[in-house]
Structures are given as C-alpha cells and as structure tokens.
Ligand binder design. Sequence first.
Ligand code: SF4
Length: 78
Amino acid sequence: TYIIAQPCVDLKDRACVEECPVDCIYEGNRMLYIHPDECVDCGACEPVCPVEAIYYEDDVPAEWASYYDVNVQFFDKH
Ligand code: SF4
C-alpha cells in the first residue's frame, strides 16, 4: 500500500483524490488517508502531491515511519 505522511497534515491539497482510480483516499480532520486494503499500488497519487506526502510503504522516510500505523489505524476507527 501507499501511505500519506506528515506533509499532508493541515494541508489536504486533495490532488491525489482526483487521481486515485479506486477512490481509496479518504479525508480525516487534519489529513488524508489511504485505505491499505483498497489501494492497488498503482502509484498514480504519488507524483501529483505538491508536498511529497505520499510514499510506497517501503519507501517512507524514517522520520515519518509512524505514519504507516497512522493510516492503518484511521480505518480501524472508521
Ligand atoms: Fe490510489 Fe493508486 Fe495511490 Fe493506491 S497508489 S492510493 S490505488 S492512486
């Protein structure tokens, strides 16, 4: 799955939402989240993010590694 990291917080540009072919990017209060079971790893969302907040799960910068769980846990609660 792809995940969304800190640069999205309080920004929510939403360019990625338009690109996703399976509509698996959801809006929360402070950021957007990718549903880990619905994402088909197409990568279409990554280049359109203006703040480079989106990464493939194995490529998340170390300082934002916790955002994997942030994305997954959002869907545990919703
Ligand atoms: Fe949607 Fe593709 Fe991005 Fe996954 S990688 S969130 S399927 S656009």
